[in-house]
Write a protein that binds this ligand. Structure first.
Ligand SMILES: [Zn+2]
Ligand SMILES: [Zn+2]
Ligand SMILES: [Zn+2]
Length: 78
């Protein structure tokens, strides 16, 4: 199963990752995975992997704060 390499912000106080964009696709080199370049376009197998696996999270920037979602959730609780 292929993965997307996502770059984004790591919010250190809650540990959440905020994805900005997909920087690359990491190919799994499997002919049974439709996302791979090794997969044949003429393949008739119904059970090949169709989806990407979990994102590989690459933080290009670390912020010592809570993410927007967590901050919104906290202000609602007050
Ligand atoms: Zn794959
Ligand atoms: Zn296939
Ligand atoms: Zn958060």
């Amino acid at each position: 199963m292929c993965n997307q390499l996502a770059e984004g912000t790591r919010w250190l106080k809650c540990g959440h990752f905020q994805r900005h964009f997909v920087a690359a696709i990491v190919d799994c080199d499997s002919s049974r995975c439709e996302r791979s370049i090794r997969h044949s376009p003429s393949c008739r197998q119904p059970n090949c992997t169709k989806n990407f696996g979990p994102d590989i999270q690459k933080s290009i920037d670390n912020v010592d704060e809570f993410c927007f979602q967590c901050r919104t959730a906290m202000s609602r609780r007050r």
